[in-house]
Design a protein around this ligand. Sequence first.
Ligand code: ADP
Length: 332
Amino acid sequence: MTDELSPRVSPNELGFEGALRPASLEEFVGQTKVRGQLRLLLDAATMQQRTPDHILLAGPPGLGKTTLSMIVATELGKPLHQTSGPAIQHAGDLAAVLSALTPGEVLFIDEIHRMARSAEEMLYLAMEDFRIDIMVGKGAGATSIPLELAPFTLVGATTRSGLLPNPLRDRFGFTAHLEFYDDGELAQVVSRAAALIDFGIAAAGVSEIASRSRGTPRIANRLLRRVRDYSLVHGVPGDEDTVHRALSLYDVDAHGLDRLDREVLRAVVERFGGGPVGLSTLAVSVGEEAETIEAVVEPFLVRTGLLSRTPRGRVATRRGWEYTGIPLPDAL
Ligand code: ADP
């Protein structure tokens, strides 16, 4: 997958992303249902002067989970502490984070499904009772010392909610499933970002970027940046023609599919007769990590109706076959 189209964030993009993040629920485009649910949750907690329930945000990368965690903290007027599952390798890592929280603080754990198992049990107790037990010593002489924590709100984000153990999932008072954005919403994301970076772009250019962004605001913003660069370097206006030229450099087709999407679909059709094929076999055959296929490629291909998931594996749909241009066997 080209970097432009990977919904994951690259380190040199952090500043750009930060500048474009909506700061309130009202500024956050789309996800109307989730916004309404969050608004109620936050307002009710504020009226009752207590910390809101813990919140789980589930959905593919680049749809606004980090942004929403920041908005939750801003709306509550509380500080935000950000960490991630891979950074919590031991229960001690989590204990250090939890014991440093101030009352009402919002703790954001990105990729919470990748947290060490040993830390999970500590988190259960912390979420439920705002308390942890710290083990001191080893073997027969080991004792546990209870430690009271300041009340906090956990916002967990995951691209794979199915991987979360049930006891953890059950401790979130509210789970939001973020959906891919439609073209109209992405056009709003692009217009808003263009205004923020002070780049004049024609309406037709905005819709063109929106329709090629895989339903993902992060990609929309990134493609906008490429178009802005192109316009700057070549001294041309931000019109539709410039958008076409800039995007054709990045191998994005009219549906927003890129090289890896096409490779996955072709592999299912050509090498596995249209499927069903298991995730790991498919990943090996295109030389990509199973997690990338599952979290990034598959949700998009399923959403565009080119691939379907069945209990026996991934299957190319009739549209999927048509997309590859390979004639459908008679039996299908
Ligand atoms: P995630 O945590 O789900 O990977 P982020 O919250 O980091 O995604 O969002 C990625 C980028 O997309 C950010 O720069 C953010 O500004 C932008 N973005 C995401 N959702 C929205 C939205 N609903 N409205 C406007 N911009 C958004």
